[in-house]
Design a binder for this molecule. Structure first.
Ligand code: IVH
Length: 787
């Protein structure tokens, strides 16, 4: 057999295989761009060697076999495919062929020639569907199949929200077959994949696969739950009258309730088509759905009839394709990067490949679970996808092309940067009153700030604008400071000297002075900024603000038990544990102590937020313990009956059986829970902290009522000379007042001693009453308090 004949057989076998995977299994294993190349190669070989063409060649048919599980549908009018144009030149020859076919005068050097009217539409990336309406009622939905026989998917099609089950208005043909694309929007696709991941189901590589997989479900309930949409672009069989232009038809269909593209336009001549292609191309990323090109059709139906068909493609239409979003390349290696919180994440190093005009040589792999999900091995041929501004992703492995020497990807035991141990993170789960740890998908280097990668990222985060806002310290300089050992922790920034800074690359005398001034200026951050700057995993700006506002002081935040933190809105057990373990870590404690010792003064430290202080009830507390069989109502009954945690812990079986409507199972479960001394101890510790923080359901709040200063908030500032601040605070609290650390509109009165600064200024600005120490003592005397 000749080499050419051999290659032709190979290509056919490969294309047949891909056709089957694409059309029958809904599991394509190569990107469209690769399929197109193989197809083109085969077509060229067959054109050059026409004697080798056989009727079973993939070039001789349009689609593929029907999926056997659905009934067959014969298309009265075949569902055709479109010729492709990739270059402007292809488009110019298409237009020339059209004009020749219509016997229109061609232009000369001076332009001229007759212009053809074309309709312009985006080429949606989904799957072609035929909808049959009889007397305005949807009677059948079908896939394209091989173009002449498709699958009956009526039940599934009926679940698509924007497919009219009944046409609006009147005057529709007795029989009307509408054709169009079923697709999934980008947002729908993302949401579906997220849902699939959460449920442990399979995810889809792209919106087109997701649409295909959703539409061809044997269980139409699944289809109904998928975000599918329909867009009409043409007609098939018709018995009745319709307008005589393509755009006219689509507009009429629209009046009958059929969704059509909002981008449908009329172009006069090929230049306007090319302009349309460029315009849509520029907006491609911002469209809500994926498109792989635009489609141009001769607008006049009379002209369409005159032009007719060639093989199974109309001579009057063409698809002008955009560069593919997916490409094939080789996975050269997987490297591991260490992030700010120590997360060790795999990154794919790829053989550089152009994807939609951009050269891609790296792709994110997210985490080891993703590597496992993809079944990725080094040496594999992979499909890379670049959509929008998103970092390129590996969406699929082409297992058929796996080389014999492919290597497994494994997480390194030691950090690639510092050599410390790499540990798998644990997730906290709580069910039936028991906390348990399950393996997370993230691995972390335990080196913390001893790891140069983490230290650099930590410093970059610490100085960033929304954190400590130290201007003049770029990434390069941070790297130098760390590499030269000048900075080993964020605290070291505050002992940097002029001589150390000025020797850094890019620093001169003035810039060094400026940097040191910026560092000095950052010494008085708000509590929220400081917490954010620490870079606690999962604690962004909002959570940091929340912590600061609710707990009011670094000390309380540092001490807070995870359960207490979960009283904060939006703080779940997971994040609460991250915060707690950050602050009990001796290394982190040391960094914080060093920072404070080197002169950092936190602003806005003060009281627990009143709302937060008032958020606990005994019943809510019991509910939070998550004891099996004790739901919210059970917790309420227990609280009402025993009034205290202590009481509940000590309640014996008989006491519990007397609680109204608390069943035996619940009583037993409660006993079992508190019989474990660890549980009882933990509950009491949390309760003690709530009391300590003033959040306890029985805290002094109530006893304060009736005291002369109840409900008032006082602020002490400057130095008091006759009594210490602590004594002043004690006296005020004894009178029922709250003593806060910062002045706000809610402040009742400020006591200002010599040296008072911003708080006094704020009080004056807000018109809050201000007393000096002598006046304060006089006021106390008025309440019978001697100093
Ligand atoms: S017209 C005879 N218009 O592209 C004309 N097709 O490669 C038949 N497609 O099977 C199709 N958007 O699934 C047409 N605006 C559009 C389209 C479109 C997407 C798909 C359709 C078709 C394939 C042809």
């Amino acid at each position: 057999m000749s080499e050419v004949a051999q290659r032709i057989l190979e290509l056919r076998a490969e294309l047949d295989q891909h056709n089957y995977r694409y059309h029958v299994l809904d599991e394509p294993s190569i990107p469209d761009a690769e399929y197109d190349r193989l197809f083109k190669e085969l077509k060229q070989l067959e054109t050059d060697n026409p004697h080798l063409i056989t009727p079973d060649s993939p070039t001789q048919r349009v689609g593929s076999l029907a999926l056997t599980a659905f009934d067959e549908v014969k298309h009265e009018v075949p569902m055709l495919s479109l010729g492709n144009a990739f270059e402007e030149a292809d488009m110019l020859s298409f237009d020339r062929r059209v004009r020749e076919g219509l016997d229109l005068p061609s232009g000369d050097l001076f332009g001229g020639g007759a212009e053809v009217e074309y309709s312009c539409e985006p080429k949606l990336d989904g799957l072609a569907v035929s909808l049959l309406y009889r007397d305005g009622l949807l009677v059948r939905g079908a896939t394209r199949g091989d173009g002449s026989t498709g699958e009956d998917i009526s039940v599934n099609v009926r679940t698509i929200r924007n497919v009219p089950l009944k046409l609006q208005g009147e005057g529709w043909p007795a029989v009307l077959e509408v054709r169009g694309e079923v697709f999934m929007s980008k947002a729908g696709f993302e949401a579906l994949n997220e849902r699939q991941l959460a449920l442990g189901g399979k995810t889809f590589a792209n919106p087109r696969n997701a649409a295909a997989g959703s539409l061809r479900q044997l269980d139409s309930k699944i289809t109904a739950a998928r975000p599918l949409e329909f867009c009409c672009y043409g007609i098939g069989q018709v018995e009745g009258e319709l307008p005589q232009t393509h755009i006219g038809i689509l507009q009429t269909l629209k009046d009958w309730g059929m969704p059509i593209s909002r981008e449908l336009k009329l172009a006069k001549g090929i230049d306007q088509c090319l302009a349309y292609y460029r315009d849509i191309g520029e907006r491609r990323e911002s469209l809500a759905y994926e498109i792989d090109g635009v489609v141009f059709k001769v607008n006049s139906l009379a002209s369409q009839r005159e032009l007719g068909f060639r093989a199974r493609e109309p001579r009057w239409a063409i698809a002008h394709k955009f560069p593919a979003m997916e490409e094939l390349t080789e996975l050269l290696d997987v490297e591991f990067q260490v992030g700010r919180t120590g997360a060790v994440t795999p990154v794919a190093r790829l053989k550089p490949v152009k994807v939609a005009g951009v050269t891609v040589s790296n792709a994110t792999l997210h985490n080891m679970d993703e590597v496992a999900r993809l079944g990725l091995m080094i040496g594999d041929t992979v499909i890379i996808r670049r959509a929008g501004d998103v970092i390129p992703q590996v969406v699929q492995v082409v297992t058929e092309r796996r080389p014999a020497d492919a290597r497994a990807v494994s997480i390194p035991e030691n950090c690639p940067v510092c050599g410390s141990h790499v540990e798998r993170t644990q997730l906290v789960k709580r069910s039936k009153g028991k906390e348990s740890f399950v393996e997370g998908s993230i691995y972390r280097c335990v080196g913390r700030l001893a790891c140069a990668a983490q230290l650099k990222q930590a410093i970059i985060h610490f100085v960033s604008r929304r954190a400590m806002d130290i201007e003049g310290l770029g990434e390069k300089s941070v790297e130098q400071l760390v590499d030269e050992g000048l900075v080993r922790s964020p605290a070291d920034l505050y002992t940097l000297t002029f001589d150390q800074v000025v020797q850094l690359e890019g620093f001169a005398e003035l810039s060094s002075k400026n940097l040191l001034a910026a560092i000095a200026d950052s010494r008085k951050p708000t509590l929220a900024r400081f917490i954010y700057a620490l870079g606690i995993p999962d604690v962004g700006e909002e959570t940091a603000k929340l912590l600061a506002r609710a707990l009011g002081s670094l000390e309380r935040i540092q001490q807070a038990l995870p359960e207490v933190l979960t009283y904060l809105p939006d703080v779940g057990l997971e994040v609460a544990h991250e915060i707690h373990s950050f602050f009990i870590d001796p290394h982190n404690r040391q960094v914080i102590a060093d920072l404070l010792e080197r002169g950092l003064q936190l602003q806005e430290e003060g009281e627990l937020h009143p709302e937060f202080a008032a958020c606990t009830t005994l019943a809510g507390f019991i509910d939070k313990l998550n004891i099996a069989s004790i739901a919210a109502t059970g917790a309420e009954r227990l609280a009402a009956r025993f009034q205290s945690l202590e009481g509940i812990i000590q309640a014996d079986w008989l006491d519990l059986r007397q609680v109204e409507r608390l069943n035996e199972k619940a009583a037993r479960s409660l006993r079992d829970f508190f019989d474990d001394p660890a549980n009882a101890e933990r509950a009491l510790a949390i309760e003690a902290q709530l009391r300590d923080f003033g959040m306890h359901w029985q805290s002094e709040k109530k006893q304060v009522e009736g005291l002369p200063l109840a409900g008032q908030t006082w602020v002490l500032t400057g130095s008091l000379e006759i009594m210490s601040r602590d004594v002043a605070k004690e006296k005020l609290e004894g009178l029922g007042a709250k003593v806060a650390g910062s002045v706000s509109a809610k402040t009742t009165c400020v006591v200002a001693g010599p040296g008072a600064g911003s708080k006094l200024a704020k009080a004056t600005e807000l018109g809050v009453a201000v007393l000096d120490e002598a006046q304060f003592i006089q006021r106390l005397a008025g309440y019978g308090i001697e100093v």
